[in-house]
Design a protein around this ligand. Structure first.
Ligand code: DC
Length: 220
């Protein structure tokens, strides 16, 4: 079974997709992590984020390894180094939407995702999974939540990691990423026509997971 989970930043995609995959015994792939790994490598090499060819060179020359670790989700190795936590750092988050606007970078990353999809059952989360990467998915879920709620979630997540953030700044960052992700020319964030939208604003994680499980197990 192939399940695509799309939606804007902070809608809960990776948490939900990982738990749904665990319940169903499927692989889980966090596609945002792949763009984040390219962004981290580019930052380390001092590459200009508007230089598409240089970014493509970064992407094609890096050794990216995604390890599926059930409970923990994906562990991301960049040139042999575990960068799972590093790719969530604010510096990477601030640049990843720009990196992922470049068509050559997307084509390269989407081809990798396509290979993973062809290996069989999977839950993949991202922005263009139902529209571009797995248009043949059995289920397409589009998670949504208000900007305020998404900013609150991100703030809590950062606080758990010991980082204090201003709520106004967080909302601004989310609005900026929404804008970049949904207005870019190449496969923008868009709900697939056959996707089922779930507004998670007033739902907790367990409720959203249950909704998705009910759907895919035919109980909704
Ligand atoms: O889900 P995330 O915050 O880790 O995603 C990081 C960025 O990567 C996001 O701003 C847009 C981009 N992205 C994308 O363009 N396509 C995907 N399938 C996944 C992420």
């Amino acid at each position: 079974m192939k399940i695509a989970v799309d939606g804007p930043a902070g809608a809960g995609k990776s948490t939900i997709a990982r738990l749904v995959a665990r319940h169903l015994g499927l692989r889980y792939v966090d596609t945002g992590a792949m763009y984040r790994a390219v962004t981290l490598a580019a930052l380390r090499q001092g590459v200009d984020m508007s230089d598409e060819d240089a970014l493509l060179r970064v992407a094609t020359s890096m050794d990216l390894n995604i390890v599926f670790q059930g409970e923990k989700g994906n562990v991301i190795y960049l040139d042999g180094e575990d960068v799972t936590a590093l790719i969530r750092e604010p510096d990477v988050t601030a640049h990843v939407s720009t990196v992922s606007t470049h068509k050559k970078v997307r084509d390269f990353i989407v081809a990798l995702q396509d290979q993973i999809g062809k290996q069989g059952s999977v839950v993949m989360d991202g922005r263009d999974i139902g529209t571009v990467v797995m248009p043949d998915a059995d289920w397409k879920i589009f998670l949504q939540a208000t900007v305020e709620e998404r900013a609150k979630r991100r703030q809590r997540e950062m606080e758990r990691r010991g980082v204090q953030v201003d709520m106004g700044d967080m909302q601004e960052q989310i609005r900026k990423r929404d804008y970049l992700d949904s207005t870019r020319e190449n496969s923008p964030l868009k709900k697939a026509v056959d996707a089922i939208e779930i507004d998670t604003t007033s739902l907790d994680v367990a409720e959203v997971v249950q909704k998705v499980l009910d759907l895919v197990q035919g109980e909704a």
